[in-house]
Ligand binder design. Sequence first.
Ligand code: ATP
Length: 134
Amino acid sequence: MKTIKVSVVTPDGPVYEADVEMVSAKAQSGELGVLPGHIPMVAPLEIGAVRLKKGNATELVAVSGGFLEVRPDRVTILAQAAERAEDIDVARAKAAKERAERRLQAKQDEIDHKRAELALRRAINRLNVANRHF
Ligand code: ATP
């Protein structure tokens, strides 16, 4: 089986590095699947799960937006924050979700509303990835 090198990198350092058979991610233009031999490209990502297929296993990484870059020999995902499923603190994500929901109910300006919406999406994404709901 052909593989491609993938790394997920954040400002705090690398989060994931492996040779995988396929990378799937939620690009702003829609779901993106990258197989070995894919043409070079750059795509902005949504808050979502990156799925990494290795044999019968699929590993999940939660990413909070960023970019996916495909080069001939590797895929690099650059994100402001990213966590492997097993590293997600579920209690923290639940607390972040509740905090964001409270903020969305309160009357506030547009910028704070947008921030709370994004915080809610990050928290839901982390909970989904931790529970493997993908
Ligand atoms: P919180 O309000 O809980 O800080 P957040 O969405 O505002 O959540 P970010 O700003 O996206 O957090 O991330 C800050 C740092 O904390 C990043 O390094 C990110 O990987 C990490 N992080 C955030 N939430 C979690 C979590 N539930 N489990 C593990 N790491 C997390």
